[in-house]
Design a protein around this ligand. Structure first.
Ligand SMILES: C[S@@+](CC[C@H](N)C(=O)[O-])C[C@H]1O[C@@H](n2cnc3c(N)ncnc32)[C@H](O)[C@@H]1O
Length: 233
């Protein structure tokens, strides 16, 4: 992460210097606030899909893109062996300060340990950045998954974001996949370098999984075009 504004915001909150929220925007949507306390959520404040993912997690667990480590902490407290990784140095510092025992600054593509459960939560497909890269990320995740293991990942079909008031869709069908977004983040007046962030509808995820020899099952649907999927060998 270029400036690691996301990590800075998490650290400010952790250190008692919470004064403002992160501002996000995308190429197809206006500015929105990402409340920092949300990233420090407990089990009861989590969406149902995340609660489900935590309830079915087992064995040795990897939390990919752990952020402030809320999912890792819950699982660690339940007695599981958990490793939290994130490319944000600030995020990993916060994970450690909050008590996550095994937390490392690491890109998922550089992770070589193997796990029984791999979690990618809060639009876990975002980390894949663009449709063209999905297969290589999935192949890597498959390579670090133990026999009998599972990858739990959530995302949304964001087709609704392209719907106009008459119920028509304004997306350009000759353009890239509609879930590929440019994502802008700012915090305390500073702008992060624009990022790519991918939302995948379930069928597109299923097709990608099939192409790399992973099974893909719809575990639960959320309230707004979101879902939790379970990928297995
Ligand atoms: C939307 S946040 C989700 C945080 C956390 N999982 C939660 O639910 O609160 C996505 C996180 O993924 C991290 N991330 C992005 N790309 C990554 C990669 N290639 N490997 C590991 N972490 C990554 C970001 O730094 C960020 O902390």
């Amino acid at each position: 992460m270029e400036k690691d504004l996301f990590g800075k915001a998490l650290l400010d909150y952790q250190n008692g210097n919470y004064t403002e929220d992160i501002i996000t925007a995308t190429n197809i949507s206006d500015e929105d606030k990402l409340p920092i306390p949300y990233l420090f959520r407990g089990f009861t404040e989590m969406p149902k899909l995340e609660q489900k993912a935590l309830q079915v997690s087992s064995g040795k667990i990897l939390d990919v893109g752990a952020g402030a480590g809320s999912h890792s902490l819950y699982l660690q407290e339940k007695g599981f062996e958990v490793k939290a990784i994130d490319i944000s140095e600030g995020a990993i510092e916060v994970c450690k300060k909050r008590g996550v025992k095994n937390a490392e600054v690491k890109d998922i593509l550089n992770e070589t340990d193997s796990f029984d459960t791999i979690l990618l939560l809060m639009n876990g497909t975002g980390i894949f950045q663009e449709l063209q890269q999905v297969a290589s990320y999935l192949k890597h995740l498959k390579s670090i998954l133990n026999t009998g293991g599972q990858i739990l990942i959530d995302s949304s079909d964001i087709k609704y974001m392209y719907e106009d008031e008459d119920g028509g869709f304004w997306m350009d069908t000759t353009a890239n996949y509609y879930g590929e977004l440019d994502y802008f983040l700012s915090y305390k007046g500073e702008n992060e370098k624009p990022m790519k962030w991918l939302y995948l509808d379930f069928n597109t995820l299923l097709t990608a999984c099939t192409s790399v020899g992973l099974q893909c099952k719809l575990l639960q649907e959320g309230e707004h075009f979101d879902y939790l999927a379970k990928l297995t060998l």
